[in-house]
Structure formats: structure tokens, C-alpha cells
Ligand binder design. Structure first.
Ligand code: ACO
Length: 325
């Protein structure tokens, strides 16, 4: 049985924080942020708004778009996030309960920004194996609650948001054609934030907010965006020419451009919205994909390529043939 994406919904908070706003309290400039990253503004969750709230709103948006029946037969919920409400209960169980998905399995997945792609691979595998009928796969983040707002090297990059998708059976010839997943924990020292332990196994000290060595992560990102996309396309039995739409993790325009050039894709085959949302981590690809769908850029039979990288360090890429629901 093939597994693919059946429905998609998104949510971003109303509050907008522009680069100009950041200039008022950080030693930075709109010009620096725009030219180095491509980001112009980002969304900020309300003080009382957490990952489970955003996730629920994205799932409700999915129901508005596709109807209540879109969640019928969902027997598993996965929330990919780096900013869960609590160690436990897990966010997915909370969201499943609020959606009335009685008895559905629920768990959170922690794999940096590629978490949503990792979760798609789990969902697809379980649907194909007959373990799950349909899986609600959510990426949800409130990263603006864990940045140090005095640190200009990270505070300008992140935003909040959520995306929710239903993974289920699709007709043969459609659905997920390949997954590439990887991690390198030795790179953990370049991007971290403490939970219970105050240091990594290599002795690197961790603090209570995001720490990132931007230049090191940049080099890693350019390398894995290249190798993971090429491998995912090959595993899918395709050539880059056959990719209709490239939906990369929205972290940095220069990183996306390097991957675009390597794959020899025109900009009109690349989805970009980081100018308006910044890096929303696990939510960035579903939010970008929803915009592409709304703009009429995705058609039955199109081959879509997703790729992401992030804390871990981790990476993931997948090729999906759209449609077949
Ligand atoms: N405003 C003004 N100047 C700044 C800012 C800022 N916001 N941030 C850094 N600078 C300065 C630095 O202090 C440095 O100054 P110096 O030369 O006097 O020391 C200079 O700008 C250059 O700094 P770099 O870090 O070398 O700048 P770079 O071109 O590498 O851009 C950036 C930094 C945008 C962070 C880039 O490295 C990047 O995008 N890295 C990847 C980050 C990423 O995508 N992470 C995703 C994972 S997140 C997750 O998984 C949760």
C-alpha cells in the first residue's frame, strides 16, 4: 500500500515582529538581516500560547479546508517539536484529546528542524505496514519563547507557527517515493539548549536559551542540503528535471539558493516564504507547502522535494508524488 499526504492545515500567530522592530532593542539592522538571511519579519506567539495551542489551531484549519471527515480514521498523532509544552504529558496526546480522537496513539518527536520530515517517514511506514490507518503529523513551534532576546546572532532568525497534515493510503504511483534521514551528534556543540543536563557528553556547557554557532551550522546545512536532496531524488528513481516543486526548510535564503543551484532548478520551482515567517523549525515546510497549494502551484502527479536540517545535528529529505487520495 502506498502512503501520501491527504490534507494540510496551518496556523501562525497574529503578532508580527519586523526587522525594524528588532532594531529598536538589538544592535542589528534590517539591511544586515535581509541580506544575510532573507528574513524581513516573523510571527510571535502570545505569552499564553504554547505548542499544543498552535498545533490544535493548525489541525482545526485542516478541518476547515478539508471538512471534519478529514480526521476520520486517524488513529495516531505525532507532534514534531523542539518546544513542547511539557516533558509529559506529550503534546500529541493533548492535541488528540482536544480533537476528540479517542484512543489514538500520541507521541512527540524531537529531531531539530527536520522533525516534521522524520515524523512523515514514521507515519508513511506505519500506514504502508498496516500498523496505522491514518496519522496526523504536526510540526509546531514557539521558538520565540526560547531565544535569548539579547543575542542578535539568534534572536533575528526564529518565528512561531504550526502545520498539520494527514498521512494515509493513496493510489499506487502516488505518495512518498523515498526518505533520507541522518544525524551527527558530534555537531551538537554547534546548536544546543539545556534541559536536565548542563553539558553535552563532550563537555560542552549548555545554557537555558538557544545557542548557535551560525557559521558552522551554515556550512553543515549547505553540505547536507546537497547530499540529502541528491540521494532522495536518486532513491525515488528520478532525475532533478522531474522535480516539479522544491520545498526546502526556510532557514536562510543563501542556504536555499545553494541547494537550488546544485539541483539546477529555476526560482519558480522553489517555495520561499521565510521573508514573512523566519525559521519556524518543524513548521516551516508544511507552512510553505500550504502556501504553494493555495497559490495553485501543486498539481496531481507532481513530484515534490522536501529537505531540512537542524539541531542534533540532523537532516532529512523526501520525494512525494502529489495526489492519489
Ligand atoms: N545583526 C548584525 N550583525 C550581526 C548579527 C545581527 N543580527 N548577527 C551576527 N552579526 C555579526 C557577527 O557578530 C559578525 O561580526 P564580526 O565579523 O564583527 O565578528 C558578523 O555579523 C558575521 O557573523 P557570521 O555569524 O559569520 O555571519 P553569517 O554570514 O554566517 O550569518 C547566520 C549568520 C545568518 C546565522 C548564518 O550563519 C546562518 O544562517 N547559519 C545557519 C543557521 C540555521 O539555519 N540554523 C538552523 C537550525 S535551527 C534549529 O534546528 C532549532
Amino acid at each position: 500500500m502506498a502512503a501520501g499526504l491527504l490534507a494540510l492545515g496551518v496556523y501562525v500567530p497574529d503578532k508580527v515582529l519586523s526587522n525594524k522592530d528588532l532594531e529598536s532593542f538589538l544592535d542589528t539592522s534590517d539591511e544586515w538581516i535581509t541580506t544575510r538571511t532573507g528574513i524581513r519579519e516573523r510571527r510571535i506567539s502570545a505569552p499564553s500560547e504554547y505548542v499544543s495551542d498552535l498545533a490544535l489551531k493548525a489541525a482545526n484549519n485542516l478541518k476547515e479546508r478539508y471538512g471534519e471527515e478529514a480526521l476520520a480514521d486517524v488513529d495516531q498523532v505525532i507532534v514534531a517539536t523542539n518546544t513542547p509544552d511539557a516533558f509529559f504529558p506529550n503534546t500529541a496526546a493533548l492535541v488528540a484529546d482536544q480533537l476528540g480522537l479517542k484512543g489514538a496513539a500520541g507521541y512527540d518527536l524531537l529531531a531539530g528542524c527536520p522533525g516534521w520530515l522524520y515524523a512523515l517517514s514514521q507515519a508513511a511506514g506505519q500506514v504502508e505496514a498496516g500498523i496505522a490507518r491514518k496519522v496526523l503529523v504536526i510540526g509546531s513551534e514557539v521558538l520565540t519563547k526560547i531565544v535569548d532576546w539579547r543575542d542578535r546572532s539568534t534572536a533575528v532568525l526564529f518565528g512561531d507557527g504550526a502545520g498539520a497534515a494527514v498521512v494515509g493510503p493513496v493510489a499506487e504511483g502516488h505518495g512518498f517515493r523515498s526518505f533520507v534521514l541522518g544525524s551527527d551528534g558530534s555537531g551538537g556543540k554547534t546548536l544546543h539548549m539545556a534541559a536536565l543536563a548542563s553539558s553535552l557528553p563532550d563537555g560542552t556547557r549548555m545554557g537555558p536559551a538557544i545557542y548557535m554557532h551560525g557559521r558552522e551550522v551554515f556550512k553543515f546545512a549547505v553540505r547536507v542540503m546537497d547530499t540529502a536532496t541528491v540521494e532522495a531524488i536518486e532513491k525515488a528513481g528520478l532525475h532533478p528535471d522531474q522535480i516539479s516543486l522544491f520545498v526546502p526548510h526556510q532557514a536562510n535564503e543563501r542556504i536555499i539558493n545553494a541547494a537550488r543551484e546544485r539541483l539546477n532548478l529555476d526560482w519558480d520551482r522553489v517555495v520561499m516564504n521565510l521573508d514573512r515567517y523566519g525559521n519556524t523549525s518543524t513548521a516551516s515546510i508544511p507552512i510553505a507547502l500550504a502556501e504553494a497549494l493555495d497559490a495553485g502551484k501543486v498539481h496531481e502527479g507532481d513530484n515534490l522535494l522536501f529537505v531540512s536540517f537542524g539541531a542534533g545535528l540532523t537532516w532529512a529529505a523526501t520525494v512525494l508524488t502529489w495526489g492519489g487520495a
